[in-house]
Ligand binder design. Structure first.
Ligand code: UT7
Length: 324
């Protein structure tokens, strides 16, 4: 499969580190030093499906593809607007992509690499020719802006990619998808509480139950092992060294993780794309947000090899080596 278009959408409102200083006991210096983040976007009333739709429309315009040509739409999200309809179905309906089937995929910050792998499977099997992967998050809806351990990290945004079947281009050279559900408690956002009495008169969950909780240092430790494992596996299976790769596009969770990859493989730091400074951690949207920005700025060229690596809630992780 080949990548034929990318697009993104971010909300207008910018939450800076200075603003956060007046909300919780934190400092611009701590946030920049520990995470690399300076600002993030906040949706403020916009739904996940709305930014997903905008990113999808931009990706289709970039690809020059009519929505009617889409066979499948996969949305990566952990912040859907409804349990049903899915964000993917809402996007499908608004696009008028009536030949596509559509579903959401929850792999948290690994959402884009998981979805790209699923897209590749449908394309390889001949069941789909054109697949839209759109990842969108409005994490601000599940963030407690009194909890400094999470509110400085996360932001809202959406990114999309259009993949197409190709008989001539190699596409995905290697893939590696994993999960470790035993560590799921380290990064958690509840959906519905288990109720001892579903017939009780008062059934509303306390509001704090909706907030995301993260044991940052535990996730960091997991990531420090999982990311190299995933990257080394796709390099080995793809018959490449890190030096043969044009770009490493990793989930933008923490600048320290991205720098660790630069040091570990002795890379030119410019090969590890970063925009965490401006958008924070947007979960599943972070990798396609990077790809859209890179393509817009002319950094992606035919024949380049790119490693995509996602990691996060679940806990999930995975990598893809793709030749575009
Ligand atoms: O996207 C999904 C995947 N997620 C990740 O990969 C996240 C991985 N984790 C991280 O990026 C980092 O763990 C964080 C950025 C979340 C936290 O950085 P850390 O270096 O692991 O900090 P920590 O949680 O170990 O806390 C160090 C200190 C603590 O104070 P004491 O106990 O040493 O006095 C915290 O209370 O920093 C304190 N702290 C803060 N101080 C100022 C925690 N958050 C803040 C804050 N401002 N916002």
């Amino acid at each position: 499969m080949i990548l034929i278009g990318t697009g993104s959408a971010v909300p207008d409102f910018t939450l800076t580190n200075q603003m956060l200083e007046s909300m919780v006991d934190t400092s611009d210096e701590w946030i920049v030093k520990r995470t690399g983040i300076r600002e993030r976007r906040i949706a403020k009333g916009k739904a996940t499906w709305e930014i997903a739709l905008e990113a999808a429309q931009n990706a289709l315009a970039d690809a020059g593809l009519d929505p009617l040509a889409l066979d499948l739409i996969i949305t990566g999200t952990v912040t859907p607007d409804f349990f049903t309809p899915s964000v993917a179905c809402m996007v499908q309906g608004k696009l008028g992509a009536k030949n596509a089937f559509a579903f959401d995929l929850n792999a948290a910050c690994s959402g884009f690499v998981y979805a790209a792998d699923v897209a590749d499977s449908f394309i390889r099997s001949g069941k789909a020719k054109n697949v839209l992967v759109v990842c969108a998050e409005t994490l601000s809806r599940i963030i407690n802006y009194q909890d400094r351990s999470t509110c400085v990290i996360f932001g809202d945004g959406a990114g999309a990619a259009v993949f197409q079947a190709s008989d001539t281009e190699p596409g995905i050279l290697a893939r590696y998808m994993r999960a470790d559900g035993t560590l799921g408690e380290c990064l958690k956002a509840r959906a519905l509480p288990a109720e001892t009495d579903p017939f009780a008169a008062e059934r509303l969950a306390p509001p704090e139950l909706r907030f995301l909780e993260m044991s940052g240092s535990e996730v960091f430790r997991f990531t420090a092992a999982a990311v190299p494992e995933a990257i080394e596996t796709v390099l080995r299976e793809g018959g490449c060294t890190a030096g043969d790769v044009d770009w490493f596009v990793l989930h933008q969770a923490n600048e320290r993780i991205l720098r660790m990859i630069v040091t570990r493989y002795g890379l030119d730091p410019r090969k590890v794309y970063m925009n965490i400074e401006r958008f924070g951690n947007t979960s599943s949207a972070s990798i396609p947000l990077c790809l859209a920005e890179m393509r817009k700025n002319g950094l992606l060229r035919k024949g380049q090899r790119i490693v995509l690596c996602g990691f996060g809630g679940g806990l999930t992780y995975g990598a893809i080596l793709i030749q575009i």
